[in-house]
Design a binder for this molecule. Structure first.
Ligand code: NAP
Length: 311
């Protein structure tokens, strides 16, 4: 069995390759995935020995959690499965608002428990910061939920460095989830150093830049989902980005791997990045991402990858 890695200061032990389930349940980012395929992605991950599933109230909305709940029920036991979910969004008169208040977070956790058909959530994140709630108060409520056994570990997502420091005033934060990939390096400035110094696991989201870093697109590729609006996928920037990805080909070939595996392996060489949650649309992609663990990058390769994307 692949070695399990502890997340932050928690007792959670995860396979380093998890599954991001943004697309499961037909989230508005990726509206074209049918529900049966979504469940198949989850089953494939668990059958292959992966144990780390990343979801959220807003994926679907609610449907990603519900479909994962159905798969968990089919399996009977959920021992060794680590479920991470997130909350903070709520619908008010048809509009989405953010709420990190203790009362709302408690209600949100109860909702997730029902949809996931479980009596505890392994890792619960505040999905996005709101403007009004002090972050240590919000995390204080998650600590109470942890003491009650409803959640096992505490995460925050999309927090700035100041919000993260406030949230972690009492040292309760186990995981930070933020956008980070070879194109989006903002987190290197202060978030990654902070997580490394404070025993917080950093989970990068969009690790494959929504597929751009998988090395399979060409300048003629067309997109009918959020990628159509993503500046990385537009015009000359798209062509420049494809050229950078192409430069990874040499490294992937010498490692007998695909570009996606090299990219994912690169993140795992960074301090505090203990596990990854690439998304997938097809079961074969879920399995394919496991090949990441066969890639052992040399120091020269790590630096070369870094320099391609800095240039
Ligand atoms: P991603 O992981 O960067 O990219 C996923 C896409 O990469 C897939 O849809 C697929 O593209 C392609 N892909 C995956 N494996 C592949 C393989 N082996 N070979 C070739 N292509 C492959 O993007 P994401 O799924 O949007 O993000 C990952 C996870 O991060 C989400 O599922 C979610 O759990 C989390 N997330 C969190 C937040 C937050 O606010 N905390 C925000 C966004 C995402 P095709 O569709 O072209 O096949």
């Amino acid at each position: 069995m692949t070695e399990r890695i502890a997340l932050g200061k928690s007792d959670l032990l995860v396979h380093p390759i998890g599954l991001g389930t943004n697309a499961v349940g037909g989230h508005n980012l990726y509206p074209n995935l049918n529900e049966e395929t979504g469940k198949e992605l989850v089953r494939t991950a668990l059958d292959s020995g992966m144990n780390f599933l990343d979801t959220a109230f807003i994926y679907g909305p609610e449907r990603s959690e519900e479909l994962i709940g159905e798969v968990l029920k089919e399996r009977g036991s959920r021992d060794d499965i680590v479920i991470a979910t997130k909350g903070a969004h709520k619908f008010v008169n048809g509009e989405v608002k953010l709420d990190n208040s203790p009362a709302f977070l408690r209600e949100a956790v109860e909702g997730s428990l029902k949809r996931l058909q479980t009596d505890y959530i392994d890792l619960y994140y505040i999905h996005f910061p709101d403007e009004q709630t002090p972050k240590d108060e919000a995390v204080g409520e998650l600590k109470r939920l942890r003491d009650e056994g409803k959640i096992k570990a505490i995460g925050v997502s999309n927090f700035s460095i100041d919000q993260l420091k406030e949230a972690n005033k009492d040292g309760y934060v186990d995981v930070l989830q933020s956008e980070y990939n070879l194109f989006q390096r903002e987190a290197e400035k202060d978030l990654l150093p902070y997580t490394a110094e404070n025993q917080i696991s950093f989970i990068p989201y969009f690790p494959l830049a929504s597929g751009l870093l998988a090395g399979k697109y060409s300048k003629d590729s067309k997109f009918d989902d959020i990628r159509a609006e993503n500046p990385l996928f537009k015009g000359e920037a798209f062509e420049r980005n494809l050229e950078k990805v192409e430069k990874l080909r040499e490294i992937s070939e010498s490692n007998h791997a695909d570009v996606a595996h090299v990219v994912l392996a690169w993140y795992l060489t960074r301090d505090s990045i203990d596990a990854l949650i690439p998304g997938a649309k097809r079961p074969d992609q879920v399995l394919d991402n496991l090949k990441t663990l066969d890639v052992q990058l040399t120091r020269e390769e790590i630096e070369r990858i870094d320099s391609i994307f800095r240039g």
